[in-house]
Ligand binder design. Sequence first.
Ligand SMILES: C[S@@+](CC[C@H](N)C(=O)[O-])C[C@H]1O[C@@H](n2cnc3c(N)ncnc32)[C@H](O)[C@@H]1O
Length: 201
Amino acid sequence: MAADTPVDVDRLRNEIESTYQQVAERPDGSYHFHTGRRAMDHLGYPADLLDALPASAIDAFAGVANVFGPGLPEVGSRVVDVGSGAGTDTLIAARAVGTDGAAIGVDINEAMLERARAAAAATGMPHVGFRRGLAEELPVDDGWADLVISNGVLNLVPDKAAAYTEIHRALRPGGRLQVSDICVEAAVPDEAKQDVDLWTA
Ligand SMILES: C[S@@+](CC[C@H](N)C(=O)[O-])C[C@H]1O[C@@H](n2cnc3c(N)ncnc32)[C@H](O)[C@@H]1O
């Protein structure tokens, strides 16, 4: 366990890997969170945005809210999706920015990346790509992004300061961050922070 993180990071990453591999491979399985189109409808994603995407990108959605609640990215802008999963939000962003812009999804999970890349290929959009990487070490150049989005991911990251530092680095000065995530209003006891099952369940 690293001195500055409350949990065994390797064990946590293995658990996260295993959970989201299952979601990517069997999105209609039974999980402790909602997935897919039903979840997206419930969270208030407009139907026309979803109807324009391949079902494979929608089926394995596992976000916690509509990350575009504050608005869609501007035409021609550059977007990074941290923890992009099946690529649902990345593809919505890519459609919004158009071919003068670009959208990059970053995730650690190969099965999710595979699903996202297949969905991107099905849309035929040339300005969207998916990269394997950590939120804590984003594979994105300094100041590249006009907008960073992240949906349901930062709660899974043990070193949140590292992830936010990376997001800040990847954003251009004056760029924007739109995050949907789980927040707690009370301090989490140390014992709970050390329990990997509580991070992933
Ligand atoms: C709850 S899912 C959300 C996926 C996607 N944002 C969505 O809304 O459907 C969490 C995703 O974050 C990824 N993830 C977890 N920890 C990560 C990290 N440290 N760096 C990059 N991706 C991570 C997982 O592999 C998984 O795809």
